[in-house]
Write a new protein. Structure first.
Length: 689
């Protein structure tokens, strides 16, 4: 359904427009957007789209509140105060674009690599994400951005095991007899998967949650395995040990479809339950029981998520967990196997090269800057190894001052008076406060877009439901205008947003008529895609001993008693920073109803750890380490396991209690695979504020 008119005869017409949720979530919901008299009055889930089935999370159901927020930026703004103060004056589009283009041209004349785009998943759209924007920066020859901040360790782990970011169809979890919810809190982060898990539970399936925190999801599962942060790989090796010991392997599947198993089998034999229990902080019986359940239940499925890969050994851990369904033959069943990401199914389905036009680089090979180390990058001087000093940053679809690790350094970098910063935004975020220009961007309700997904196998379309508010322009329109201002004459810079959306997918793989008529279309993928091997590796087999990677192993955290005993003596508490239920990274933090639900920045701590420090529930505390400190409210809670504290949510720094957030404490060291951040590999201490 593209749009439909509703309402009784004589009443004002209400139109329903088909949309797609743009946010960084595996569910990528199909939306029904109700418009009355030119104003959005309701955002709901499409009841006919199988993954969405008519339901939305609390956050996106409030999307109209975000679009009509009284503090939304609706005119271009030029800085008049110091960086970070958030003091601006309105300016016309013509003046803003002319000055931005002039300053970028002057920098590019010296070195285009001194210009850096910084973006991530503020929208996951193929048009408003990195369509026209990528064309612009490729033509300019700017530094490339290694977009690692969320999922690249797990992505590389999957690539080194299956040959691609592929997995189960989410709908078939409803038929599983055992579901391991591993490193995920789907009640907060994937409510539609959780619906399928609940269907399975009602049909008699057992649900096990593997997570350091006793999440809302863990409370609803039959069992909670509360392992220490960063020990998931050790647990997976322990499960392999028990599968071997108790002859719970599917030898036929392993022999036919797993390469390198004999060497990994010898490694797994070194991880008996007692050793695993010591490393993971569990009991040996928990390890044995989980292995027995997993090895003897058919079909068994694993819903893996990205929380467990945000540690030093995250990539290796994903490799080990991803091998488990290969060892038991769980892939033989459509309701067996594993899902971490389905985005690899869209490889070759999306017209990425046409959308992003890397050919515009020509023979140039710009350097690549890792977005997870942006703090160090902005503070680096020119050198033969680093290249030119970063002189300009254009930020869109991200809020790095709040979300990037070791945010004290990030804020210091963005505060440089010699750094020219342009931010495309809806609101004056922590990053926008540091901008020289803030350009008003449209929301999902106001522009065209096309979406793939990483939690299901449907392509989606988003139609604009209303005209842009104020002077807001879509990301694609802003980069189109900048390209014209800078004299880029290639025809690709005249493609409209609608044209980009219509050209985003290959008609051989996506039914474009269905997509534009209905708003979504399912990819043609077998129900049990790896029942007979067929993994996207050269041999079609899963890799236990992957070329170029070797055998996977447990890799201890950078910051742990095992690897850094002196540091652990000073900072004995491991800290993880999972999302708050009503926020999505730093998005929605300024939506009044959602912030009211979260109340204030919280740190969860086990009662034993609080008593040892003389701390009472609801008091203000200071969480600190060598990188900085963070003031928040203490919640003494059984959600925290002993020795681990949970710093919930990425609050905007300026909305925190002392102008910082939890990322003041995280560091910029990277994962074993994928060059990703290690947010959950962090030691701290806590005292009364």
């Amino acid at each position: 359904m593209s749009s439909a008119s509703l309402g009784a005869p004589g009443a004002p017409a209400a139109t329903v427009v088909q949309g797609a949720c743009p946010h960084d979530c595996p569910d990528t919901c199909a939306l029904h957007i109700t418009v009355e008299d030119g104003r959005v009055t309701r955002v709901a889930g499409d009841p006919e789209h199988p993954p969405t089935h008519g339901a939305l999370c609390t956050k996106v159901s409030r999307y109209a509140e975000r679009t009509y927020h009284p503090e939304r930026v609706l005119t271009p703004l030029k800085r008049v105060g110091k960086k970070g103060e958030g003091r601006f004056e309105p300016v016309g589009w013509s003046e803003a674009l002319a000055d931005i283009a002039s300053r970028l041209q002057r920098i590019a004349a010296r070195s285009p690599e001194a210009i850096l785009p910084y973006s991530y998943a503020g929208t996951m759209g193929l048009v408003q994400g990195d369509g026209m924007a990528a064309r612009f920066f490729h033509r300019l020859g700017a530094s490339l951005l290694d977009r690692t901040i969320c999922a690249s360790a797990g992505a590389e782990g999957l690539m080194a095991t299956y040959g691609g970011k592929v997995g189960m169809h989410v709908e078939f979890f409803a038929e599983s007899k055992l579901i391991l919810v591993w490193g995920s809190n789907p009640i907060t982060s994937s409510v539609h998967f959780w619906n399928f898990a609940q269907q399975a539970k009602r049909a008699g399936s057992k649900l096990v949650c593997i997570d350091p925190r006793r999440t809302e999801t863990a409370e609803k599962c039959h069992q909670h395995i509360a392992l220490r942060p960063g020990t998931d790989g050790a647990l997976a090796l322990g499960l392999m040990h028990e599968l071997i010991t108790h002859e719970l392997l599917d030898h036929d599947y392993v022999n036919r479809f797993v390469e390198g198993w004999p060497a990994l089998r010898e490694r797994a034999r070194q991880w008996p339950p007692e050793r695993v229990a010591q490393v993971c902080g569990l009991t040996a019986d928990e390890v044995r029981g989980l292995a027995q359940d997993y090895g003897r239940t058919r079909p068994a499925a694993i819903r893996l998520n990205y929380g467990m890969q945000r540690v030093r050994g995250g990539g290796n851990a994903v490799r080990l967990v991803a091998l488990l369904p290969c060892l038991t033959g769980a892939w033989r069943h459509r309701a067996g196997g594993l899902l971490l990401s389905s985005s690899g199914w869209f490889k070759g389905v999306r017209h990425d090269a046409w959308l992003q036009r890397p050919d515009l680089l020509g023979q140039r090979t710009p350097r690549t800057i890792n977005m997870s180390t942006i703090g160090d990058a902005l503070l680096s001087e020119a050198s033969p190894t680093f290249g030119p000093k970063i002189e300009a940053v254009v930020v869109y679809n991200s809020n790095p001052v709040a979300v990037a690790p070791e945010s004290g350094k990030v804020a210091q970098g963005f505060a440089r008076e010699d750094l020219f910063t342009v931010v495309l935004e809806h609101f004056l975020t922590d990053t926008a406060d540091h901008a020289d220009y803030v350009l008003p961007a449209t929301t999902q309700l106001e522009h065209w877009d096309a979406h793939s997904a990483y939690g299901h196998t449907y392509a989606l379309l988003n139609r604009p439901a209303i005209a842009p508010l104020g002077q807001a322009r879509s990301n694609a329109e802003i980069f189109r205008a900048l390209a014209a201002q800078m004299g880029f004459e290639e025809p690709c810079f005249t493609d409209s947003d609608e044209a980009l959306a219509r050209g985003a997918f290959d008609a051989r793989h996506v039914d474009l008529d269905e997509l534009f008529a209905r708003g979504w279309s399912k990819l043609k993928i077998a129900e049990a895609p790896f029942a007979e091997g067929g993994f996207p590796t050269p041999s079609g087999k899963a890799w236990a001993d992957a070329p170029g990677y070797g055998l996977p192993d447990h890799v201890p955290n950078y910051e742990s008693a095992e690897s850094a005993p002196e540091l652990a003596a000073r900072y004995p508490l491991a800290m993880i920073s999972p999302p708050a239920r009503h926020f999505l990274n730093s998005t929605f933090v300024n939506v009044a109803s959602l912030r009211a639900a979260e109340k204030e920045p919280l740190l969860e701590m086990h009662a034993d750890d609080a008593a040892a420090r003389g701390l009472a529930d609801a008091t203000e505390v200071l969480v600190f380490n060598d990188r900085g400190h963070y003031r928040c409210r203490l919640k003494v809670s059984a959600r925290a396991r002993p020795g681990v504290v949970n710093g919930l949510g990425i609050w905007w720094r300026k909305l925190g209690l002392d102008g910082t957030n939890v990322n003041e404490l995280t560091h910029q060291r990277l994962t074993d695979l994928g060059r990703a951040p290690t947010f959950y590999d962090c030691l701290v201490e806590v005292r009364a504020a």
